[in-house]
Design a protein around this ligand. Structure first.
Ligand SMILES: *Cc1c(COP(=O)(O)O)cnc(C)c1O
Length: 371
């Protein structure tokens, strides 16, 4: 902690989620020591990516895999791969799309800030559907010779009038159009490593710095061998669009280690611990007049883990929700929680280190009971 103190920066307790703006997740010691060991020598990065990719493919039951600079970097590389393939002239030409496929299809209801890394390749997003529903013919109609890929966001955007992913894959595959699935925050469950590719998705992208607990700026793409070769060709250290999305030898090794560890996690046991924490928190908080604490499931990313939703009655508490959030964030220790609607907060055990569940409860009680 000395390192942050010296800079005059307060450390935070993360009761929010694996959000990037406060650091995502904490790497376990095994990942840190693997990264430290990787830092000691030079290696051929092409060879390292290839060998680690083979391991990751095996571990995640996929044809091929590649380590990226976060899931966002993965989205850019996956798109570049679908547009330029392994053609050196096309790769050099990007993001100029003259003569290349220049459209990516997306459900209108899936539009979100993470489609920017896709648009970064220069492609136009072609939107289909409404929140109220989407017809298969809309996807059929949107597919043209200019279509590079169909982009699918798995998570909170899913299920609002979109076609089932299965249908999207069927239609796209019939036209030889790849389907890119952004599954960045879709671990757990562990089976998601292979679930989407088994369904027929072409490339599936995960964040390394969220629940995988790998290096914060790492990511993982799994999927079709030919497309992973194209991802590789468009990625660093090659002089290509992906060159600014460099992944270091330490991060490559760190991500591999994180995936190995992840496959061994007892997800049921972990969920049970989080359930116990949420139950204990609720019981304590519901004794305070003006506070109503409930279990909320699944969490904001759709992961099968519980968190606590707390409704705050400002009149009875004598402070508003925003004041409570502020007191938690500026108190000692500082605690970051998520907003729930207009007058509630979410408190999430998922990102807490051992022992922090009690600190969070004590601070919540203190903050909510203070006059
Ligand atoms: C977090 C997230 C990303 C970005 O992941 P990084 O690893 O931080 O780059 C992309 N898409 C979705 C849906 C996400 O939730």
């Amino acid at each position: 902690m000395g390192i942050y103190e010296e800079l005059g920066i307060r450390t935070l307790i993360n009761a929010h989620s694996t959000i990037t703006r406060i650091g995502g997740s904490i790497m376990p010691p095994e990942v840190i020591s693997a990264m430290a060991a990787a830092a000691n020598c030079f290696v051929d990065i092409h060879e390292l990516q290839r060998r680690v990719g083979e391991r990751l493919a095996q571990l995640t039951h996929n044809e091929a895999a590649y380590v990226t600079s976060g899931a966002a970097g993965g989205l850019t590389l996956a798109t570049a791969a679908c547009v330029a393939g392994t053609d050196p002239a096309a790769i050099r030409q990007l993001p100029d799309l003259t003569g290349l496929k220049n459209e990516v299809i997306i459900h209108r209801s899936h539009r979100n800030g993470y489609d920017h890394p896709v648009r970064g390749v220069g492609v136009k997003l072609v939107e289909i559907g409404y929140m109220m529903g989407t017809f298969p013919w809309e996807l059929e109609h949107a597919i043209t010779p200019q279509t590079a890929a169909v982009l699918w966001f798995q998570g909170p955007m899913t299920g609002h009038g979109d076609l089932p992913l299965k249908t999207v894959i069927e239609i796209a595959s019939a036209h030889q159009v790849p389907v890119i699935v952004d599954a960045s925050a879709q671990l757990p469950p562990t089976e998601n490593f292979w679930r989407f590719t088994e369904m027929g998705a072409s490339l599936v992208i995960f964040s390394g710095g969220k629940d995988l607990h790998g290096p914060q700026s790492s990511g993982l793409i799994v999927g079709r061998k030919d497309l992973i070769e194209a991802v590789r060709a468009n990625g660093s250290p090659n002089h290509a669009l992906g060159r600014p999305m460099k992944v270091s030898k330490e991060e490559i090794i760190g991500l591999l280690t994180a995936v190995q560890l992840y496959l061994e996690i007892d997800q049921e046991g972990r969920k049970a611990r989080d359930e116990e924490t949420v139950a204990r928190w609720r019981q304590a908080l519901n004794r305070i007049p003006g506070v109503q604490a409930e279990r909320s499931f699944p969490n904001e990313a759709g992961q099968p883990l519980p968190r606590m939703a707390v409704q705050l009655d400002a009149a009875r508490l004598g402070k508003t929700r925003d004041q409570v959030v502020d007191l938690l964030a500026t108190g000692e220790p500082a605690i970051i929680v998520a907003l729930a609607g207009a007058d509630g907060i979410f408190v999430n055990p998922m990102t807490l280190s051992p022992g922090e569940d009690q600190i969070v409860l004590d601070r919540l009680l203190e903050t909510l009971q203070a006059a």
